[in-house]
Every structure is written in structure tokens, then in C-alpha cells.
Write a protein of this length. Sequence first.
Length: 251
Amino acid sequence: MALKMTGADWKAFMADARYWPEDGSRWVDEWLLRFRGVEVEDLGEDQVEDADEIVVLSGWVRAPEEGCQIPGHYDFLDYARDFMKRRNTISAAVSIPLANVGAAVDAAKARGLKLEVPFESAVGPRARKLKLAGADWLEYLALEPPEWPEGGYIEDCEGKIDGIASSDVSVAAVAPSQVVLVESGAIVVEGAEEIDLVSHLQAWMDGRPVRTAIVSYKRDRQPIFDAWISEAKASLRIAPEQALSPQAPAV
């Protein structure tokens, strides 16, 4: 589905280093836009006025993939939608005691707040992939022994961040209020068997006494959010300082 943006939105999007790193490692391969009523395949920033309307019809982004010489292809519309979501709403990660989750969800709906609890405890066999809040993922990456295997580091951790594919979500920039999907990975410990990353992550998440919710709301609804977080006995989550994935030892 096409996405409509103003010229001001477009210029801010194309200048956002979150999507377009300064090192040029990610770039637009091609796009199709409707600009001033005409379909175009090229658009210079100096052509765009803040009040213009731009409709993003399609496009592809090229970004490097670990272990591959040829950059991967990603949907440009996914990037644009993610930017507009961030621009128009506030998203907050909050921790809710397990006993309060049901009531907190109902209270959020009653107040017109959008709430998502990404993680769900698995029933039966272990999950093949796991969805969780960015706040939980960052806390997991910052674990230390005994919760984290001594000397262990992560390899082959593929997944998505807010629906955008990543060849290694263990080193990608993640905000607490983003949703992380971990699709594969291993914890490597020298001299021992590899540990399945998804299984280890699931066991850690299942043992937590709280659930993290992602709450989204329009900026003018801040007082409503403040009232809800008090009622839900919830607390804001922030990223742990220097939450970095355990890395392979230097050779």
C-alpha cells in the first residue's frame, strides 16, 4: 500500500541517519514516487517544498548482509512507514507486573491508547523464533554470568526490528520501544556445545516477573498516558547503559 508524506516529512526522512547512515552503507536502489501529481523515479531534495505532497509507491533499499559480497534488498516502503510512525507518535516501553497485565491492557484500550505486549510464553515445544520488546532484548544482551554463559558470544543472529530485516540483530541499533523478532542464532562457548539462542532467550523471558508492553499515543495525549501508567502500576523502561551483544574474542 502506498504511503503519503508531506515535503517536510520527506526531507526529514531522507536526512535521518537511523535509516541512512553517514558511512553510506545503506542506500536507495530505486523508487517510484508520485510528486505533484506525476510519477517520478528520481527526486532531488532541492526540488521539494515543505508543503508538497509525496506519495511513495514502491522502492528498494540496498544494505550489506554479513558474509555476503552482494548487498541485500529491503522494501523502501517499510523504512518510510517506520519513519512516519516515529514522527507522528510517541512509543514507550513499560514494565507491568504479571498480575496486572490483563487489567492494564483493558485500561489502555478504554483510554484510547495502543498497547502491544510482544512476548508471549510458548505453550508446548520451544518457539522457532521469538518476538520481544527492544527494552527486553537490550537487557538480555547486557546479561552477565551466571545468567549468561561464561565466555559465551552470539553468532548468526538474524531477525527483524520493527519489521525491517537485519542480518545481525545482536549488534543493530535498537530502541526500547521497538519490537525485535529473533529468528535464529547461537551462543558459542569455546570448548562446549553451541546453545540455541532462541531457546535460551525464551527461558530467560519466561522467568521474568513482569511483561514489557509497547504503548503508542499521539503527542497531545501525554496526560492520558501518565494517568494510565499510574493506574497500571507500570514503570517506564530505558535501555541499560552500553548494552552490547557479547562478542567473539579477538583473534
